[in-house]
Write a protein that binds this ligand. Structure first.
Ligand SMILES: [Zn+2]
Ligand SMILES: [Zn+2]
Length: 152
């Protein structure tokens, strides 16, 4: 883990650093699982699913969607399209460009059916300069981890 903080900005070297940053977020539900968003368009091979996206999100309304840099398919996270507010594209505070890796932190509660996710947070890492940023958090209607992974 090579998280550096420079003038209040956290810099991550890779997607592992992004997930490490998400795991220790304070002032929110405890993050029990992290995952990295990858494009699920079947035109990508199973072993080469891209992880670089343009991202739009609105933290006040808890909506987000991402567009794959490689295939341009847009996908809303969870039910974001139902409440879409047309937020501007995310832009890195460090260097001004807009391509990011997306890390998801999930809070799952233990139930008799296994872990159920009730909340998640979306974190971004700029692929240009490594600046790590929070995008939004979202309430999740008790989905399994697998269901969440397919909808982010
Ligand atoms: Zn794609
Ligand atoms: Zn940047």
């Amino acid at each position: 883990m090579v998280l550096q903080t420079v003038a209040g900005t956290t810099i991550g070297e890779d997607a592992d650093d992004l997930q490490a940053w998400i795991r220790v977020l304070a002032g929110c539900p405890h993050v029990t699982h992290t995952m990295l968003t990858r494009c699920d368009n079947p035109t990508h091979g199973e072993d080469e699913r891209p992880a670089w996206f343009y991202v739009e999100g609105d933290a006040r309304n808890g909506v987000a969607r991402r567009r794959c840099l490689s295939c341009a398919v847009v996908k809303p996270m969870l039910d974001s399209n139902d409440n879409w507010t047309f937020p501007p594209m995310w832009m890195c505070r460090g260097c001004g460009q807009s391509i990011a890796e997306i890390g998801i932190g999930a809070h799952a509660e233990t139930t008799s059916d296994g872990p159920r996710v009730t909340w998640l947070v979306v974190g971004l890492r700029c692929v240009g300069c490594g600046t790590v940023d929070g995008l939004t958090d979202m309430l999740v209607p008790h989905l399994t981890l697998g269901e969440v992974a397919r909808q982010i």
